[in-house]
Design a protein around this ligand. Structure first.
Ligand SMILES: [Zn+2]
Length: 372
């Protein structure tokens, strides 16, 4: 799903210390106090009725439901098939688990289902996929994820790469649009995937650990531009299909490129999942102007996960640290620390924050907060 970010050790240490101190003061367990501290700091965030439109939760843990309630938070729980990533190998178990979690959280974890495109060249692929998806829609799924294996991994019989605008997907996209669901499209990767490893890049450790997705090692694979062009043709060919480009639509290094796409494709929005750091790295006045101008097109998301083997309390502390850091960046003009560097907050106006954190998710993913 990722590239994943590494949590700031300093921030984690700070939470641990604050938890211990509060535990000592109020005489309760330090963990509960750390959670309470985060809840206090996240009061303004919670007041937005925030929606994280990109998370991966496959552990049905009451502590997670409790955190959603405490933070007045909703998420979109995204299923995705990645044969290289533990826990994501198959579509069906993820769809089943996400449905369970949607139910156990009382709908606070909405469900983005998926299908496996690997048998795209077998007869009946589109109708089989549509049956899978329609079953999930019938059970409450509000969106469908497509993934970077389309464009970067799956090959056709003639040796060319399967692209997101391939005609094999036409009946699937038509069906998703007809049923008023939204596509979450993680197509291509950060530009750093095609460049030599650079320890100063935010995605350095992901590509170091995931050579299959490090395109610099695979010069025979399509260029980033080739894949983005195919994604763009998908947008042009399916004007009635709402598409959210995950991870800033893989146009993470320059908001101007995203702006040009918004101007061209009215059916296109982006999420911020795992790419807020790339916004931080651009000039704050430029990013601020972009977010004001396109305030209806950018949706808050994180790519945070909770897996069956996760240490739930530690993981949920990390979630709250990340929500707090992102909130500071978008909502205040204070300095925000990320991986030892400091970035100036954007201090966005309240109505724009409300769109980023809530309204745009409701608009672009109908049903995400239920059927009202
Ligand atoms: Zn993801």
């Amino acid at each position: 799903m990722k590239p994943a970010r590494i949590g700031s050790k300093v921030a984690l240490l700070r939470t641990a210390l604050a938890g211990c101190l509060l535990g000592w003061i109020c005489g309760a367990a330090s963990l509960q106090c750390a959670d309470r501290l985060a809840a206090i700091d996240l009061t303004a965030f919670s007041a937005m009725a925030p929606i994280d439109v990109h998370a991966h939760v496959f552990k049905d843990d009451p502590a997670f439901t409790a955190m959603l309630k405490r933070l007045n938070l909703r998420i979109l729980d995204v299923c995705v098939v990645d044969k290289h990533d533990r826990g994501y190998e198959e579509a069906a178990p993820q769809n089943q688990k996400a449905r369970e979690i949607m139910q156990s959280t009382g709908g606070r974890a909405a469900w983005c289902s998926t299908f496996d495109p690997q048998d795209f060249d077998k007869p009946g692929f589109a109708s089989r996929s549509n049956k899978t998806l329609n079953d999930t829609f019938g059970e409450g799924a509000v969106a469908v994820k497509i993934y970077k294996n389309i464009g970067m991994e799956l090959k056709k019989r003639d040796g060319s790469y399967l692209m997101p605008d391939d005609t094999v997907f036409n009946p699937i996209f038509a069906n998703i649009a007809a049923r008023n669901r939204t596509v979450l499209a993680h197509i291509a990767e950060p530009t750093s995937s095609w460049r030599p490893l650079d320890p100063s890049n935010p995605d350095y450790s992901y590509y170091k650990d995931n050579p299959d997705w490090f395109m610099y090692l695979h010069p025979d694979h399509p260029s980033k531009q080739t894949i983005i062009d195919a994604r763009d043709r998908l947008l042009a060919n399916n004007p009635r299909l709402r598409v959210i480009g995950c991870h800033l639509g893989s146009m993470e290094v320059d908001v101007q490129e995203i702006a040009e796409h918004f101007d061209r494709y009215p059916n296109f929005a982006v999420d911020t999942a795992a790419r807020v750091i790339y916004l931080m790295m651009q000039p704050p006045e430029k990013v601020r102007a972009f977010l004001l101008r396109y305030q209806d097109r950018v949706i808050y998301g994180t790519d945070l996960d909770l897996m069956p083997w996760s240490d739930t309390p530690a993981r949920l502390r990390h979630w709250q640290e990340e929500y707090l850091r992102d909130w500071k960046y978008f909502a205040t003009d204070s300095w925000v620390e990320y991986e030892g560097k400091r970035y100036r907050g954007l201090n966005l106006p309240e109505p724009v924050l409300r769109k980023l954190y809530h309204e745009n998710a409701v608009h672009w993913v109908p049903g995400i907060i239920g059927n009202e």
